[in-house]
Design a protein around this ligand. Structure first.
Ligand code: CU
Length: 405
């Protein structure tokens, strides 16, 4: 009797301290988690130093490597940063064609989209390795118990009911087991939450995303402060959603209808990006499932989160906050490029500068015309124009394509 009372007291106590225990163990997850964002960031550094110029290969979204989910974060980061040393060539930017099924929903898909960020892999691992097996075991176990009780202890099978009211062993087990399960879930869960809101490093590229009714604007304060507006492309044979915007499919690089936009959010891969969101009118939400990124865009507030994209590609998302009549018509298209190609894209934008330096007026002409080299040589270009350097190496060959400015 005394033992029973003591056990019940212990079990009550354990129930009370269960959540506290879970919280207490959370910091240890920092040491035990399978992938940490900082590891992923650190992994890019050596790769950057030793990287040969391989931009065209790395940037091709149709390569087999891009279509297959990468096995580990470090490997991915190394792949995407191989182009870091390539010099930007104004006019060399070409709009990327998305890989079917990557960075977008697929017909009949019911699992998490393939992930292309360290946190995405972590969250996917947490879901597939911990949550789903645990939920499945608990569900099957409880359903089995219910079935057993219904069949074995109904009025007909068991006319004389037992008068047992307490069992110390069972009470201790059914108290301790849930506590352990909670701890198992809480450790990676709180760790993932903490990592998602870890501040960006000081040197991170800042991008400001503004939600509007019903389109997105993307501002690049570190690249001259230019702004890009992004509207959904119109759908052939359907009422025009956005006036003055072309139809989806009119360019070979267009992705799926309802998701493709006129101007994408172009970002560099393999480096942390400080992405800030705000709303111009009502609350929107910037969400890209394949990058494990969702952040509300609230008027009068700036929200901030780190975005890290492992591989070049086009990744689609949608506004995920009911924001008005055309909420369903403000998709997001992220085009992730190796740094050199990102820089080349920046130079195609009016007012676009690299590394905070003014864009030399003749940079696009200088890249294509050796005669203009002296003008470019005098300008403080962050990445010297190949023509201006006077030596034409295979890597610094002037681009044959005309500027898209
Ligand atoms: Cu919205």
């Amino acid at each position: 009797m005394t033992l029973g009372i003591t056990a019940r007291a212990v079990s009550k106590g354990l129930k009370a301290v269960g959540p506290a225990l879970a919280l207490f163990f959370a910091p240890f997850a920092l040491l035990s988690s399978p992938i940490t964002a900082s590891q992923a960031f650190a992994a890019t550094a050596p790769a950057t130093e030793a990287a040969p110029a391989a931009a065209p290969v790395a940037a091709d979204p149709a390569t087999k490597e891009n279509a297959v989910r990468a096995p580990d974060v470090a490997g991915n980061a190394a792949t995407v940063t191989t182009a870091e040393n390539a010099k930007p060539q104004a006019g060399s930017y070409r709009r990327m064609k998305p890989t079917p099924g990557i960075g977008m929903p697929v017909d009949g898909g019911w699992t998490i989209q393939p992930q292309f960020s360290p946190l995405g892999h972590y969250a996917e691992w947490f879901h597939n390795t911990i949550l789903m097996p645990l939920i499945t075991v608990i569900t099957v176990f409880v359903a089995g118990l219910l079935l057993w009780v219904i069949l074995r202890f109904n009025h007909r099978s068991n006319p004389v009911a037992s008068r047992t009211s307490h069992n110390t062993f069972i009470e201790v087990v059914w108290t301790l087991l849930p506590v352990l399960i909670l701890v198992c879930i809480a450790v990676p869960s709180i760790d993932l939450l903490a990592k998602q809101f870890k501040p960006a490093p000081k040197t991170a590229l800042t991008i400001k995303v503004t939600g509007n009714q019903w389109f997105w604007t993307y501002k690049y304060p570190d690249n001259g402060g230019f702004e890009v507006t992004s509207y959904m492309l119109n759908l052939p044979g359907q009422p025009i959603v956005n006036n003055g915007v072309r139809e989806v499919g009119s360019d070979p690089s267009d992705g799926p209808a309802h998701l493709e936009v006129d101007n994408r959010l172009v970002l560099p891969v393999g480096e942390p990006i400080r992405l800030q969101t705000t709303g111009a009118d009502v609350i929107h939400s910037f969400a890209v499932p394949s990058l494990w990124f969702k952040l509300d865009a609230v008027p009068g507030r700036i929200n901030e989160k780190v975005l890290f994209i492992e591989k070049p590609g086009v990744y689609y998302g949608q506004c995920s906050e009911l924001c008005g009549a055309k909420h369903g018509y403000m998709p997001i298209a992220v085009e992730a490029l190796p740094r050199a190609q990102y820089d080349a894209w920046v130079l195609t934008q009016s007012g676009g500068v690299i590394d905070g330096q003014k864009k030399p007026a003749a940079v696009t002409e200088a890249a294509a015309t050796p005669a203009a080299a002296p003008a470019a040589a005098g300008a403080p270009a962050a990445a010297p124009s190949p023509a201006a350097s006077g030596s034409v190496t295979p890597e610094s060959k002037p681009s044959p394509q005309p500027s898209s400015n």
